[in-house]
Design a protein around this ligand. Structure first.
Ligand code: ADP
Ligand code: MG
Length: 248
C-alpha cells in the first residue's frame, strides 16, 4: 500500500482547472519530486494534500484513510506536515525556542505546561538541531539567519511534529549551490535515518534528478509523466514542455 494516494484530484478557480484530474501515489520511505513549469498547479496540489484547501473533486488517502476533507491540523496529527516560512511564524524567537514551541504544540501543551515541561522539550529540541546541523545557531534569532539556515529551520520545525510524510514546496528556492547541497544531504539523511517519506516540488532540476526515487511532471494541471527519474528525464513530452525549454 502507498503512503499517499491521490485520485482524480481537481481544483477549480472560477472555471479554471488549476489541478485537473491528477492521480498518483507516494511510496513509503521514498523521495518523490513534483516538477513542472510555473503555474502548472504544483502549489495548488500541495495545498490540497496538506488540507490548506479542499478539492473540487477527487480523493486523497493517507496511510489508508480518506483525508480528502481534513484540516491542516488533522493532517499534522495523522503524520503529514508541510514546512512553512519560519519568519512569518516565529519572527522574534531564537532557533531553539522556535523548535521548543513546535515540540510543545505537538504535545498539545498549554503555555504554563510548556514552562513546566521545558527541560524535556529543550533536550529534544537540541537533539533535533544537532541532527539538522543548526546546533551552533540555537541562540540566534531566526529572522537574522541566512536564507539557507532559515529554510533548514523550517524543515526542522516540521520534523518536530514527527511526520511520516514531509511536504516541501521548493525547499532550495533562493539558495546558493552550497546551501542547496546541504539541503539535499539533509533530506537524504532524514529519509534514510528516520524512514521519513518526502514529497517535494522543486525548480532545481539537478537536485530533482540527484535525489528523487520518483518524479511526477505536472503541466497545466495534468500529469504528463510519472515514474523513475531516468524514464522521466528522457520522456519526449517532458523535454518538449519543460526540460528542453529550460536549457534553451
Ligand atoms: P505552481 O506552483 O506550479 O507554479 P500554482 O499552483 O501556484 O502553480 O498555480 C496554478 C494555477 O492556478 C496558476 O495559473 C495560478 O494563477 C492559479 N491559482 C492558484 N491559486 C489560485 C487562487 N487562489 N485563485 C485563482 N487562481 C489561482
Ligand atoms: Mg508553486
Amino acid at each position: 500500500m502507498s503512503l499517499l494516494d491521490v485520485t482524480e484530484l481537481r481544483k477549480t478557480f472560477g472555471g479554471f482547472h488549476a489541478v485537473d484530474g491528477v492521480s498518483f501515489a507516494v511510496e513509503e520511505g521514498s523521495i518523490h519530486a513534483v516538477i513542472g513549469p510555473n503555474g502548472a498547479g504544483k502549489t495548488t496540489m500541495f495545498n490540497l494534500i496538506s488540507g490548506h484547501s479542499h478539492p473540487s473533486a477527487g480523493a486523497i488517502r493517507f496511510a489508508g484513510d480518506d483525508v480528502t476533507q481534513s484540516s491542516p491540523d488533522a493532517m499534522v496529527r495523522r503524520g503529514l506536515t508541510r514546512a512553512f516560512q519560519v519568519t512569518t511564524i516565529f519572527p522574534k524567537l531564537t532557533v531553539l525556542e522556535s523548535v521548543e514551541c513546535a515540540i510543545s504544540a505537538r504535545r498539545h501543551q498549554s503555555a504554563s505546561l510548556w514552562l513546566w515541561n521545558r527541560p524535556t522539550a529543550r533536550a529534544e529540541a537540541l537533539q533535533l538541531l544537532e541532527t539538522v546541523g543548526l546546533a551552533e545557531l540555537a541562540d540566534v534569532q531566526a529572522a537574522t539567519m541566512s536564507h539557507g539556515d532559515q529554510r533548514t529551520l523550517e524543515v526542522t520545525l516540521a520534523l518536530a511534529t514527527q511526520p511520516k510524510l514531509l511536504l516541501l514546496d521548493e525547499p532550495t528556492a533562493g539558495m546558493s549551490p552550497f546551501e542547496t547541497k546541504k539541503m539535499v544531504e539533509l533530506v537524504r539523511d532524514l529519509t534514510r535515518s528516520r524512514g521519513l517519506t518526502v514529497l517535494f516540488c522543486e525548480h532545481d532540476i539537478g537536485t530533482v534528478f540527484t535525489i528523487s526515487d520518483k518524479v511526477t511532471v505536472l503541466h497545466r494541471g495534468q500529469i504528463i509523466a510519472d515514474g523513475a527519474p531516468d524514464a522521466v528525464r528522457t520522456d519526449q513530452r517532458v523535454i518538449d514542455v519543460y526540460l528542453g525549454r529550460r536549457n534553451s
